[in-house]
Write a protein that binds this ligand. Structure first.
Ligand SMILES: N[C@@H](CCC(=O)N[C@@H](CS)C(=O)NCC(=O)O)C(=O)O
Length: 305
């Protein structure tokens, strides 16, 4: 049993990408529910100030960003088609594009009355107001353009048309799901299933593919409190860092890693290793002991302190 743990909240599309991968691969997982916005007390001991969701955990190794979490799940499931680093490069590239080009347009277009009603059932009016203010601030400080309502709809429509013309198999690139399916699914899930926007139903192949994806569900999920996740970290050692990761001018030095696009909050630690695709930060906290926090290089910047 892997004790894979996911820190997430129900309305998060990127978390849905990973929940669905866990449903598809079928191994049991531990679920820590976190608030919809920082501060997230469950995560601070493990991942410092990293401000995005989801975050994954295996023992004393913590994984930030779904590109890294997906690679870990692919390894656990021994299914390279689910990995960004081990699947065919054209699949990995397609996955990154299909997700990046439509995530914010779907979030903007999916923000409907139906979504507000769902959010209202999970949050008080005060929390909901705080969430709206938080997201306005997040967008204001973002370094990527976030589309307005009119452009969002234009881009969503163009995307749905492109996808409808693309689909000629059960899944986007093969008869079995690959990482491309999970990357493409979650923004549309926000639009169709959370926002209840009817536009997706007009694209029959896309709609049927989404139904096939949705049917994987979330698998064998067990809710746990943060203390259990912290104690799992405390009772484990970080995985050994491979010798080929132990290089570079910042090795063993204090550094910060910051997303390049939004939630530009740095995570500080000592660089324990780096590969072509990831950085590993060593951090320590009384609640969880020593942990290694893994970040992708793509989309993040490392700086010396
Ligand atoms: N590149 C990141 C993006 C993650 C992301 O944007 N997550 C959203 C939720 S779906 C987020 O963190 N929003 C701000 C928040 O929840 O505080 C990944 O792949 O994990």
């Amino acid at each position: 049993m892997s004790n894979f743990t996911l820190f997430h909240y129900p309305l998060s599309p990127y978390a849905e990408k990973i929940r669905l991968m866990l449903g598809y691969t079928g191994f049991p997982w531990l679920s820590v529910r976190v608030p919809e916005m920082p501060p997230r007390k469950a995560l601070q001991p493990l991942a410092g100030n990293y401000g995005r969701i989801p975050v994954g955990q295996l023992g004393a190794d913590i994984f930030c960003d779904t590109s890294i979490i997906a690679d870990e799940i692919a390894d656990l499931a021994d299914n390279h088609q689910l990995s960004y680093s081990k699947s065919d490069p054209t699949i990995a590239e397609f996955s990154e594009t299909v997700e990046a080009e439509v995530f914010f347009p779907c979030v903007v277009a999916g923000s409907s009355k139906a979504l507000s009603a769902k959010a209202r059932k999970m949050m008080s009016l005060w929390q909901l107001t705080k969430l709206v203010v938080d997201r306005i601030n997040m967008k204001r400080h973002a370094k990527v353009p976030i589309v307005g309502n009119k452009d969002a709809w234009i881009q969503v429509k163009a995307h749905l048309e492109k996808l409808e013309n693309h689909i000629d198999k059960a899944y986007l690139v093969a008869a079995e799901p690959t990482i491309a399916d999970f990357a493409a699914y979650h923004p549309l899930w926000f639009l169709r299933d959370l926002g209840e926007r009817s536009i997706v139903a007009k694209y029959q192949k896309v709609n049927a593919w989404m139904d096939r994806m949705k049917a994987f569900g979330h698998g064998n999920e067990q809710a746990v409190e943060p203390v259990e996740a912290w104690s799992n970290a405390r009772n484990a050692e970080p995985r050994p860092v491979p010798a080929e990761f132990q290089k570079g001018q910042y090795l063993n030095k204090t550094v910060e890693i910051t997303p390049n696009d939004y939630r530009l909050v740095p995570t500080r630690g000592i660089l324990a290793g780096e590969s072509a695709r990831r950085w590993i930060l060593a951090r320590e906290h009384g609640k969880c002991g020593k942990v290694h926090v893994h970040f992708p290089k793509s989309g993040y910047t490392l700086s010396g302190v």
